[in-house]
Design a protein around this ligand. Structure first.
Ligand SMILES: Cc1cc2nc3c(=O)[nH]c(=O)nc-3n(C[C@H](O)[C@H](O)[C@H](O)COP(=O)(O)OP(=O)(O)OC[C@H]3O[C@@H](n4cnc5c(N)ncnc54)[C@H](O)[C@@H]3O)c2cc1C
Length: 666
């Protein structure tokens, strides 16, 4: 085993492409359920479809053992409200999310998640994932229930967010998927969804893909299909050499699931929503600097002179003790916790946080930079829990942060941990490492929009289901993704059992095959995928940024279209990896277009969606208080109006529980 430099010095050249390349060779896979994306949602969908006795295939862009946002680990699981210690019900949690977002989140998806999140977590436990303090390391701690040995985060009274030892959750899921007999196809770059008769809006009967190692072409024919490809990154920012695109998320999150579904006629909602990019990667490696948020919730922050920054409750009232940071205050039934895919919190569900006037007080000289995390001010159990248990299991922290710092001699019993030094406004949110301040201010990230689904987690297209966190309207984070994946897989399998044979359209397959290999046939002078992606991100930032109007959006649409038909059309791929990345660029453009077209349709500004129309500056006019689902019919965009509470209106029943009983199949 040698390093890269040793290899290049010895060989005198970079290595040859190491796999045999067979562009155009066709492989056919016939299955009952096809899952596109083998992340945590996708593998749960696969395992649960398989349990229904059908044949299941997963087409994964990377390698399903560690791929995806959830592949690097997890330290806390949201939405497990039916666990035996919880004081929160599915109805309470769903109402809290829905009311906080003033209706701009899918209440039905939230309800499904909270009904089944705890069951899903217990199934993970059966797969060998540690969800309890089985070794009694934290016996007697205030955040632990000594009977069940469950440990809780954020709100120790309400006990609905569970701390988990999830650094190996993905390999365990992968092993389970293999054990139950799921067929996993890694390194697949999907190019389209196949529809009956090749028609937009038709029943989905599979997908085509290119293998990004061999270049071979795959035709998947399936009775039912689940999309579980995770988020859509690389849209507003792309600078992989400074880790901008991948420090928090994954490079493979290129919106391909959304793009191929949009082209097939699937309906989306709230894609116009966005917010400042906090996790873009121009900031710091995830969780690598001191902060008091998420994994580090409750951590005391002190200034350069050791003066502690005060905390406030959800109503902005001062909090005196460390213990109170983990308790709901007067007027609150419970606190929701952070990282659940909502951007607004009503005060009565908001978390305790560092005081919001910290930037102002730094400016006045009351607190002196740099700031530090002082874990010594916590109880011994709390300190050990945050530093070793949480940081040791959270995604991307076990080796780069916990292990590296421990080996370098960091001792939380006596050392301070420095926060990033930024302009004072960088401290307006306690997640300092993801601060928007050292990030270009024009960067945006999508905010809560995604696939519109019914109570079966089915899209408007027959045969197409969604399992996801971020890109499912009403989804959330890690636990939510497992849970919706599990539910979608179950429903896809039930449908597949009675669905007709999947007949793919030959013309659609041939057209797709020709399109897929276009970049291998272009002049070697053509652009590469990185240049194209940078250009897309520039167009998105300039024409569909924080503020936009009809003209900028239409110009942006024109530029994206021209980029696609000129530079991207003539771009060159010298191997199957580059081919995959260029095909992704088509999808990134498609998602950009989808966002701009949705934005054109909302002729009003909207505070919840972070949507600012310069030509319609009035914020939240009541007549625009509605969803605007968007889809393509025969290549033309169709937008309709939908009430925010559509999930409790005909044809559905008026209560969450009635609908759940009717549709869940549990
Ligand atoms: C560092 C980090 C820490 C986090 N910590 C927490 C936490 O503690 N608690 C919490 O609740 N949430 C946490 N999250 C969020 C959580 O990980 C995600 O919400 C969750 O993983 C989403 O699940 P998913 O299956 O929808 O997407 P992913 O886990 O991203 O999986 C998507 C899968 O689809 C694949 N894919 C992508 N494109 C394609 C394509 N074109 N074709 C085929 N396959 C494709 C990907 O390779 C991947 O395997 C964290 C995220 C990160 C990045």
């Amino acid at each position: 085993m040698s390093t890269w430099h040793e290899y290049v010095q010895k060989a005198g050249k970079v290595p040859e492409w190491p796999y045999p390349v067979n562009y155009g060779k066709v492989n056919e896979v016939v299955t009952d359920v096809l899952i596109i994306g083998g992340g945590v949602a996708g593998l749960q969908a696969a395992i649960n479809a398989k349990k229904k006795g059908v044949k299941v295939a997963v087409a994964e862009r990377g390698h399903a053992k560690r791929s995806g946002a959830g592949g690097a680990g997890v330290d806390h699981w949201h939405g497990a409200v039916t666990n035996p210690c919880s004081r929160v019900t599915p109805q309470m949690y769903t109402d809290a999310c829905y009311d906080s977002m003033q209706g701009y989140t899918g209440g039905h998806v939230r309800y499904i998640i909270t009904k089944e999140g705890w069951d899903t977590l217990q199934e993970c436990e059966q797969m060998g994932i540690q969800i309890r303090d089985v070794n009694d390391e934290f016996k007697g701690a205030v955040f632990r229930d000594d009977e069940t040995k469950l440990m809780f985060a954020y709100d120790y009274r309400s006990r609905h967010v569970i701390r988990v030892w999830g650094y190996d959750i993905k390999p365990k899921l992968y092993a389970e998927a293999k054990r139950v007999g799921v067929d996993i196809y890694n390194r697949m770059m999907p190019t389209c969804l196949l529809t009956e008769g090749g028609k937009q809006g038709g029943r989905v009967v599979g997908a085509t893909a290119v293998n990004t190692r061999t270049g071979e072409f795959y035709v998947f024919r399936s009775r039912a299909t689940v999309i579980a490809t995770g988020g859509a990154g690389r849209l507003y920012d792309f600078a992989p050499e400074v880790t901008a695109s991948s420090s928090m998320g994954t490079m493979n999150a290129a919106g391909v699931g959304e793009a191929i579904a949009w082209n097939a006629g699937a309906e989306f909602v709230c894609m116009e929503g966005s917010g400042p990019a906090r996790l873009a990667g121009y900031a710091y490696a995830p969780y690598s600097m001191a902060n008091a948020h998420n994994t580090y919730h409750g951590t005391p922050i002190v200034d350069a002179d050791g003066k502690e920054v005060p905390w406030v409750d959800g109503f902005n009232r001062p909090i005196k003790t460390v213990q109170e940071r983990f308790q709901p205050s007067e007027g609150q039934d419970f606190m929701l916790g952070e990282g659940i895919g909502i951007s607004r919190y009503l005060e009565r569900y908001r978390n305790n946080l560092l005081t919001s006037d910290l930037p102002e007080r730094i400016r006045k000289g009351e607190f002196k930079l740099p700031l530090y995390a002082d874990l010594t001010r916590l109880s011994e159990a709390e300190r050990r829990c945050i530093w070793s248990m949480m940081v040791g299991n959270e995604g991307k922290t076990r080796i780069p942060i916990y292990d590296t710092m421990s080996r370098a001699g960091f001792d939380p019993d006596k050392d301070l941990f420095q926060a990033p030094v930024t302009a004072p406004q960088g401290y307006d949110h306690p997640n300092f490492w993801s601060t928007g301040v050292n990030t270009p201010p024009s960067l945006r990230m999508l905010g809560g929009g995604g696939f519109l689904v019914d109570w079966n987690l089915r899209t408007n297209l027959e045969g197409l289901y969604i399992g996801a966190g971020g890109n499912l309207f009403g989804g959330g984070c890690h636990g939510e993704s497992h849970t919706t994946g599990r539910y979608a897989g179950r429903h896809a399998a039930e449908y597949a059992k009675t669905a007709p044979e999947p007949a793919a359209d030959r013309n659609q397959i041939e057209a797709e095959k020709a399109r897929a290999y276009n970049a291998t046939k272009q002049s070697k002078d053509g652009n590469g995928w990185k240049e194209i992606n940078v250009a897309i991100a520039r167009i998105m930032r300039d024409y569909c940024g924080e503020c936009k109007n009809e003209q900028t959006l239409n110009l942006g649409l024109r530029l994206l279209s021209e980029l696609q038909t000129t530079e991207l059309e003539s771009a060159y791929a010298s191997n199957p990896h580059e081919l995959g990345r260029l095909l992704e660029c088509h999808s990134v453009i498609t998602v950009g277009e989808l966002i701009m077209k949705t934005a054109v349709g909302r002729k009003a500004s909207n505070s919840i969606l972070g949507f600012n129309r310069l030509d319609y500056p009035q914020m939240d006019p009541p007549e625009w208080n509605k969803l605007l689902p968007i889809k393509q019919v025969d290549g033309k965009v169709e937008v309709r109006d939908l009430p925010l509470d559509f999930h409790l209106k005909a044809p559905y029943a008026a209560s969450y529980e009635e609908n759940y009983q009717k549709y869940s199949g549990a």
